[in-house]
Design a protein around this ligand. Structure first.
Ligand code: AMP
Ligand code: ZN
Length: 126
């Protein structure tokens, strides 16, 4: 399988924005692509580095992750490490975020790991 967004999804959902990005129907700024995941720049960045890492398989959220997703979750975190190294934010530190549900501000129902860095961040989050 080619390592590009056009490689598509495993069981993609046609009205899902991030499945459509994976299919190449919606443009995105690629950061990296592997067999199982795709990383692209957030359209509304909240930090100098704001990248989303998504599985090619349509998984709705961290709340619907199952044990058999273990390999793709590991691939997502390894991709986040590579993004952080490529953007030079490892020494300064970075934040990985999985929003789940309304109270967390989750807006796209396709699992995505936010990689944020390049500025000092507050805790607790807003
Ligand atoms: P969340 O609020 O955790 O569901 O995150 C969804 C993220 O997707 C937000 O940070 C949005 O800015 C981002 N987003 C929405 N549409 C696009 C798009 N077409 N390309 C890139 N990022 C997007
Ligand atoms: Zn999807």
């Amino acid at each position: 399988m080619p390592a590009s967004p056009a490689a598509g999804t495993f069981g993609g959902v046609s009205d899902c924005l991030f499945c459509r990005i994976l299919e190449g129907d919606v443009p995105s700024e690629e950061v990296l692509a592997t067999e199982g995941v795709y990383a692209f720049r957030d359209i509304n960045p909240q930090a100098p580095t704001h990248v989303l890492v998504i599985p090619r398989e349509h998984i709705e959220s961290a709340d619907t992750v199952e044990a058999h997703h273990g390999d793709v979750l590991a691939e997502m975190v390894l991709a986040a490490q590579r993004v952080a190294r490529a953007d030079g934010i490892v020494d300064g530190g970075y934040r990985l975020v999985w929003n789940v549900g309304d109270d967390a501000g989750n807006t796209v129902p396709h699992l995505h790991l936010h990689v944020l860095g390049g500025r000092r961040m507050a805790w607790p989050p807003g």
